[in-house]
Design a protein. Structure first.
Length: 179
């Protein structure tokens, strides 16, 4: 508010979705749509049927959604974020993405929401190097190397277990194409 930048916290959370994130997620989703749509998304991701006795958007439905969010596996929380981003109005996506990323950065969560997809996030040095690489490869029209780097990041972003071997393979392929 006063031009003070909140520092980016050191990444301490990677393969987890703490309770604070789960609670915040429900609060933030309510800013963009009603409980029925949120429940539909959460049920789809968690593979749970909605309670047929909860047909009104009230405290009972809120409790049902909150219980589903609190009880699901950690990686499902990030799946919920991705699906929610797909389902909301296109004009709301940039704002939602910004709020989620601010939370991730401030709380030291090693993920970022990028164009509707949850991707692995590194420290500031890693992120700036990655951005610079993308610009250089784009300027020099080295599309294959750029694609291989993106595939490496996608492999590292797999949940619940990253595909480290694939990431190394794609990284080396990017170098090979560059050569």
């Amino acid at each position: 508010r006063m031009g003070i930048q909140i520092p980016i916290a050191e990444i301490t959370i990677r393969n987890d979705a703490p309770d604070a994130l789960r609670n915040y997620l429900l609060v933030i989703m309510k800013q963009y749509c009603g409980l029925k749509k949120i429940r539909e998304i959460v049920c789809m991701v968690t593979k749970e049927a909605p309670d047929p006795n909860n047909w009104g958007e009230n405290e009972f439905m809120n409790s049902e959604v909150q219980a589903l969010i609190m009880d699901c596996a950690w990686y499902r929380i990030y799946d919920i974020i991705e699906l929610f981003c797909i389902k909301i109005d296109i004009r709301q996506k940039p704002d939602f993405e910004e709020k989620i990323n601010e939370y991730f950065f401030e709380k030291g969560i090693g993920w970022k929401l990028n164009n509707g997809l949850i991707e692995i996030r590194g420290d500031e040095t890693f992120e700036s190097a990655l951005s610079e690489i993308e610009v250089v490869l784009n300027d020099r029209r080295l599309a294959t190397s750029k694609t291989e780097i993106k595939e490496a990041i996608a492999d590292l972003s797999r949940r619940p277990d990253p595909e480290v071997t694939g990431a190394v393979q794609h990284s080396l392929a990017a170098l090979e194409c560059l050569s």
